[in-house]
Design a protein around this ligand. Structure first.
Ligand SMILES: [Ca+2]
Length: 805
């Protein structure tokens, strides 16, 4: 590619203005690098362009995802196209793999050499066997122009016969001087593929045959001409010992065609297209349901699709790759060593040709996986096909002989699950509670937990475990007399168990249930108790896994790490919590109640509750007597204990209406008697006495709602004051009484007569004096009330109702 003068489309500095380089190649076996081509220049750096198992360009070891570049024997065509000032683009099989700008990263400097089949770092840098290409190379052409994408696709489709020769270097015209061992051949990407027919010595219905072939990436065979039909017949006679059919007087095989009696032609059963040639038909051919044809002695007839016949498949040009998976200890070292291509020749019935020297061959009713030294690695005993999930005898260490292992052989890509019948479903559909495989195998073995052998579920996962606890509280009952609460607690505990893994977690965590019962859980889980009652009563729990990180596909499952995906236990429990009420300020009291939630099956030192733990309660939670004012979560000194402090404010409004308002009214009535006329005494005395009696009755009633306590509450104080207040009013009335039976009366001079004090007064007291006493009494009682109210209300406001602890 060295240029010293300008050419059409060239330029002064010697670089190409436009170029296209194409080569077709097929790998026959691999070396370490298996370089297809490289461009060497005279500097110390690496190649500018290398196409090998990975594709590297411009010094940078950029690996392009060319997975099936590895398929042995498959023809590929690589093209490198450059336009100065624009891009270099590399194509594989007509598809653009990667582009990079010409200007910023110059490529194909002048003075270099394009080397086929070698990675040559330096111009004339010698050859290395482990970097050599082993396979076929053809149609290497170089153009002085950039072929369009369409032209490259035409090359790929083998349609552009005229345009195949390069206008600068032409494969057909150039003289070549090959070095090393080689041989010339006439095959190429545009020559007809030789063995695309695969015959199966297995009898099945027409429908089943098409299904088996579809799963294997093949189509039911349809002869294109008499040669194809003869080849099918030949293979059937060679391998089809199961295909002898008495009714047909010979071998029988399904093909994808049928005889149309109206047009008197054979037709493609799939597309309905008339075949280019007519198969020889047996005389007694009868009209039958369309879709199937049989052959015996080279004569063809239609057959009922419900009958069992052998079948043949058509291998597409891009052969399906089968992967053998599931070996516990890989006996297939190296990348792509588990990849195989289905093959059949006249000397070998079905066999799977490995991309790296391994083979799976059928031999006396068993399938044998062998390495290149013909050493048996695994055996599957069956007359049927080895595709799908089967129990193989895997030979590892010879001392122990074979061991049964479930292996899969299918065309499924690594992100797909292989159903038992070898069909593929997306890995995200594995264990998603919908059957996607026809045999439901994607929903089998869906246990979530992967615990290592010897896992102890009684042992906490870590000596220093961090548990996040979220508490949601509701109170469903209060017993005021016994000072007990019945709580409804919903606890959400989250922790990580790094010893275990999980399989096929679903995005919705509710579906990842590990256990719905404490006894069934295969993993360690925190067991909680509420102290001080240690009540386990009415407890329900479930454990689930939260999918928080992405999983890794391992074999048949997507595996998630225990240290990245937390476990969650939901516990609903209804403990009865006792709370020692301080009723000194009743009904203005505020109660503080506490209880603890303890994880009992872990060492207190080892555990701690996470700082992000929370406690919430139903907003505006109103209990019978109280309003829940506040709830605090206290993460205690003992790591495994979380304290809950509740602040309950008594709803005193009720007492205002049924205690204080009536009693205050009675006080006002009693006080009002001081304003009544002095005469008659009966009115004042009766009224105040009645008020006193009603007050006492009220007080007695109020005692019933409270527990028995050894001290007086604020309500008691109120009542005692009220009773005393009324008592003194009555006493005042008695004192001022003019009733003759009043022994406390005063004489007409207003001086107590000791002799007459206990005797009946014949003359009433002068009104003026009694009125004066009552006037003083009004003042004294009013002042006493005000003073009492001040002293009564002071602790309520001063302490906010919370008793000092
Ligand atoms: Ca599914």
């Amino acid at each position: 590619m060295a240029t010293s003068s300008c050419y059409k489309g060239g330029c002064d500095d010697g670089t190409l203005a436009e170029y296209t380089f194409c080569v077709a190649f097929a790998v026959s076996s691999f070396t370490i690098r298996s370089t297809v081509f490289s461009y060497a220049i005279n500097d110390t750096q690496s190649n500018m362009v290398v196409l090998e198992l990975s594709v590297t360009y411009n010094y940078k070891a950029t690996t392009l995802a060319v997975e099936d570049l590895y398929v042995l024997g498959r023809w590929r065509r690589a093209c490198l196209v450059g336009v100065r000032g624009h891009n270099h683009t590399i194509y594989l099989d007509g598809v653009s793999l990667r582009s990079w700008p010409w200007t910023t990263e110059p490529c194909l400097l002048p003075g270099g050499a394009l080397v086929l089949g070698q990675d040559q770092d330096l111009l004339m840098g010698g050859y290395s066997a482990h970097q050599s290409f082993r396979g076929s190379v053809t149609e290497m052409n170089i153009w002085r122009r950039a072929l369009t994408r369409r032209s490259i696709q035409l090359l790929e489709s083998c349609e552009a016969v005229d345009a195949q020769a390069g206008d600068w270097v032409s494969w057909g015209d150039a003289s070549w001087n090959p070095i090393g061992r080689y041989q010339t051949s006439t095959t190429g990407p545009c020559q007809a593929t030789s063995d695309s027919l695969v015959f199966f010595n297995i009898r099945s219905t027409y429908k089943k045959a098409t299904e088996i072939l579809e799963i294997m990436g093949l189509e039911l065979y349809l002869p294109r001409d008499q040669t194809d039909a003869d080849q099918l017949q030949e293979k059937m006679l060679l391998y089809g010992n199961n295909c002898l059919n008495d009714a047909m007087q010979g071998h029988s095989v399904w093909i994808r065609g049928y005889f149309n009696f109206s047009s008197k032609h054979w037709q493609d059963a799939k597309t309905g297209v008339r075949l280019a040639f007519n198969l020889k038909r047996r005389k007694r051919t009868y009209e039958s349901s369309r879709g199937a044809v049989q052959v015996g002695n080279k004569l063809w007839i239609t057959d009922s699709t419900g009958n069992d016949n052998c079948f043949a498949g058509f291998l597409p040009k891009k052969e399906p790759i089968f992967y053998l998976r599931g070996m516990k200890f890989s006996r297939l070292p190296g990348k792509h060593s588990n990849a195989f291509i289905l093959s059949q020749t006249m000397s070998k019935y079905l066999y799977f040709r490995g991309l790296q020297h391994f083979t799976i061959e059928y031999n006396s009713e068993q399938w044998i996986l062998a390495d290149k030294f013909n050493k048996t690695l695994a055996v599957y005993v069956s007359k049927g096909l080895p595709v799908g999930r089967h129990s193989w005898i895997v030979y590892g260490d010879e001392r122990y002989g074979g061991r049964d292992e479930n292996l899969t052989l299918s065309t499924c890509s690594p992100d797909h699950f292989t159903c038992d019948d070898a069909s593929c479903v997306k890995m995200s559909h594995r264990c998603d509670l919908v059957s996607d495989c026809k045999d439901w195998s994607d929903e089998r073995n869906c246990d979530i937990v992967l615990a290592p052998p010897g896992y102890l579920r009684s042992l906490p996962p870590s000596p220093s475990l961090n548990i996040n606890i979220d508490i949601c509280l509701d109170v469903i009952g209060v017993n005021l007399r016994e000072m007990k609460f019945v709580l409804d607690l919903v606890l959400e505990l989250n922790w990580y168990d790094s010893h275990v893994g999980y399989r096929n977690l679903r995005p919705i965590h509710r579906s990842n249930i590990v256990a719905t019962n404490e006894d069934d859980c295969p993993l360690w889980q925190p067991i909680v108790a509420v102290a001080p009652t240690y009540s386990f009563a009415y407890q329900k729990s479930s454990v689930m896994v939260m999918r928080q990180a992405d999983g890794v596909i391992k074999g048949d499952d997507t595996v998630f790490e225990g240290r990245e995906n937390s476990l969650r236990k939901m516990v609903q429990l209804q403990p009865i919590v006792r709370c020692n009420f301080n009723l000194l300020l009743f009904p203005w009291d505020v109660q503080v109640c506490s209880f603890n939630i303890t994880v009992v099956n872990i060492h207190a030192r080892g555990m701690k509750f996470s700082r992000s733990s929370r406690a919430v309660y139903t907003d505006g939670l109103v209990l019978e007597e109280y309003v829940l004012n506040n709830m605090t979560l206290l993460l205690g000194k003992d790591g495994n204990t979380a304290g809950i402090k509740l602040v309950l404010q008594r709803r005193y409004q009720k007492y205002l209406w049924n205690t204080f308002l009536p009693s205050a009214s009675l006080l006002i009535i009693g006080y009002g008697t001081l304003f009544l006329p002095v005469e008659p005494f009966n009115d004042r005395g009766t009224m105040s006495l009645t008020a006193l009696l009603v007050l006492v009755a009220l007080y007695t009633d109020s005692l019933d709602i409270l527990p028995t306590i050894p001290y007086n509450t604020h309500t008691d104080v109120w009542y005692i004051f009220s009773i005393a207040f009324l008592g003194f009013i009555i006493a005042t009335h008695l004192y001022t009484s003019t009733d003759p039976g009043n022994h406390f009366g005063l004489n007409d001079k207003g001086i107590r007569n000791p002799r007459l004090a206990w005797s009946v007064q014949s003359k009433p007291l002068p009104t003026t004096r009694a009125a004066r006493v009552l006037r003083y009494a009004r003042l004294v009682f009013a002042m006493t009330s005000v003073l009492f109210l001040i002293f009564y209300a002071w602790p309520i406001f001063a302490c906010g109702g919370v008793p000092k602890e």
